[in-house]
Design a binder for this molecule. Sequence first.
Ligand code: MLT
Length: 343
Amino acid sequence: MLKPTTSTFLVGLLTGIVAASAGFAMIGRPGSSNGAAGARVLRVAHALPTSHPVHLGIEYMARRAGELSGGRLRLEVFPSEQLGTETQCLEQAQAGTLAITKVSAGAIGNFVQSYRVFSLPYLFRDSDHLWRVLDGPIGRSLLDMLAVGNDGRPSGLRGLAFYDSGSRNFYASFPVRTPADLRGRKVRVMSDAVAMDAIRAMGGAATPIPWGELYTSLQQGVVDAAENNPPTLLSSRHYEVTRHFSLTHHMRIPDVLAASARIWDALSPEEQVWLQQAADESVAVQRQLWEEGTGQALAELRALGVEIHEVDPEPFRAAVAPVVAKYRQGVIDDLVRQIEAVE
Ligand code: MLT
């Protein structure tokens, strides 16, 4: 598995700085050294390995962008945090040095407050409910909201599409059957205020750690537990250092394809249509891959000796009720009401 290193991150950062100082972000122009003559090159970065359904969805988007544009758009995909963590990729997109990134909606809450709604535990009843919301007007308006930052000014981002990221569940060297099992345990969380509060309310000591550092952190006991979905537990190989996977389904936080507004605005209308269409088409493919990948991942994890525990969610739901109440204010409360009203 390709692990992020300081040097890969520095290479990405330096490339971005050089491109930005060249005056036109990191999109190649016709005849740029990065692409075939006439191709505009857009860099896409994310945190996951190449075997992951998210990466395969992005690869599909890249292929379709090439096909739709007749080779005039070329997407170069950088997986495994090669260009930095999710937060760093969002910052690069804002700065116009990275064209597109795939991040968890949980990483966006620090930039665009309304995205905190996704981290509210047990917000969605199930996967069908999540997708009825994301495929409808609420999903469309949430993608639009990505354009406006917490200070009410343009965020520098543009929402392209949502990807499936299933539900989050605890993994550790012990089973997590009730919140009492988390008491006094250090639990890795994303850099996400709501998730941190939720883990604390469940009894754990919330410990934010970048995704790429988590394997070593679990191995060395920097944290005792983490949480994620089955394909990500499998592809990250975190199961090698945590043999219990407890299906709490405590959050359904989708992934988001976010473009740099600066780079998007520099595309021609035709290029924007190709790119958006490629992103939209990749959603159906990624969702299909996700469904298959989740079943396969659970079967593989079992075969690898991971103990998978079905868990009663009710004690977890009760523990996080004060966190949900705390964040149900203003725009987030409006969104929760709209989401709950979706049948
Ligand atoms: C995380 O836990 O940091 C994210 O789920 C990783 C990812 O999906 O890219």
